[in-house]
Design a protein around this ligand. Structure first.
Ligand SMILES: [Zn+2]
Length: 314
């Protein structure tokens, strides 16, 4: 048990059985103050990362109690809010993009559709993730279901990110756009199906899970190489905004890698229970990567409409 973790307390009402003066057994309710729990106090199904020792919300079997956990600090709080807040921001932009996105003479509804596709994908991923982290303490059944949706959200984010930038990268080549969109969708569907299988979410699969998603992300290299072949390296860098895509990839891979090796908590179990463990770092890097993609997408969109990339709609 770590003394470095500041204990949080919750007040709950529990039934208590007592013997009255006549020797009769009676039941009453009593308000008791209960702290959040340690690794040794949680049920076996909740045990996932043995390097996180304290700060657990023990199985609640109540959606209300899970919602209540939003209002006190525990070892999932950062995981919930690090995706809930950006999710709400991305959702707001869906309604504000006419004001946020630079408008050109040639900007059409289709542009907003492809930009919104990315915002919608980012929102879906982040809201599914924060919902999962909020309700994962409910029960094994709810946690299992939520975890599947969490992975599905990552697939949705990768697919929508790639299709949105492919649209601008191959603005004047419908064949390339449709072909790589088809490859991305097929890959995404396969990853989605694998994510929904129970077998895939076991602890033993942790490194493979991370690896599969990295491989899916790396499939972005195919259209980039094709773009270089078709337009030349300089033009491809310009059109697809490869520097931002590479940076995005670096953040995703770094996040998945740290999550896979459980850095930093593996070196100092108990020290990062509430603040700074690998899953939180992974969450933050996912948001940073999505912002890199957004930057690349916006520049790519502006280049097409400014005509700087010499792209003209076929
Ligand atoms: Zn997560």
């Amino acid at each position: 048990m770590s003394s470095r973790v500041q204990r949080q307390t919750v007040t709950i009402t529990e039934p208590v059985v007592y013997e009255d003066d006549g020797g009769e057994m009676k039941t009453a309710t009593k308000k008791i103050t209960k702290r959040i729990y340690t690794w040794n106090e949680i049920p076996e199904w909740q045990k996932d990362n043995e390097h996180i020792i304290d700060g657990y919300v023990r199985e609640t079997n109540s959606f209300l109690k899970c919602v209540h956990s939003l209002f006190y600090l525990h070892n999932e709080s950062v995981n919930v809010y690090s995706h809930l807040i950006p999710a709400l921001c991305f959702f707001s932009v869906l309604f504000l993009n006419k004001y946020c996105v630079k408008s050109f003479e040639t900007t059409s509804l289709v542009d907003y559709l492809f930009i919104d596709l990315f915002f919608l994908g980012a929102f879906t991923c982040l809201i599914l993730s924060s919902t999962f982290h909020c309700f994962k303490s409910h029960s094994l059944k709810v946690a299992t279901f939520g975890n599947k949706l969490d992975y599905l959200g990552i697939v949705v984010l990768i697919v929508t990110s790639m299709i949105s930038i492919l649209y601008y990268g191959f603005y004047d080549s419908s064949v390339m756009f449709y072909f790589f969109s088809f490859v991305t969708l097929s890959f995404g569907t396969a990853c989605g199906v694998v994510s929904l299988k129970d077998h895939f979410r076991s602890r033993e699969w942790r490194p493979y899970r991370a690896g599969l998603f990295v491989a899916f992300g790396l499939s972005a290299i195919l259209p980039i190489l094709s773009g270089m072949f078709a337009y030349g390296i300089e033009e491809a860098f310009h059109r697809i905004q490869i520097k931002w895509i590479i940076l995005e990839g670096v953040f995703y891979i770094l996040g998945a890698f740290l999550y896979g090796i459980r850095f930093p908590e593996k070196g100092s179990p108990g020290k990062y229970d509430i603040w700074g463990h690998s899953h939180q770092v992974f969450h933050i890097l996912v948001v940073v990567a999505a912002l890199c993609h957004l930057k690349g997408l916006m520049v790519s969109y502006e280049l097409v409409h400014k005509g700087l990339s010499s792209a003209t709609k076929a």
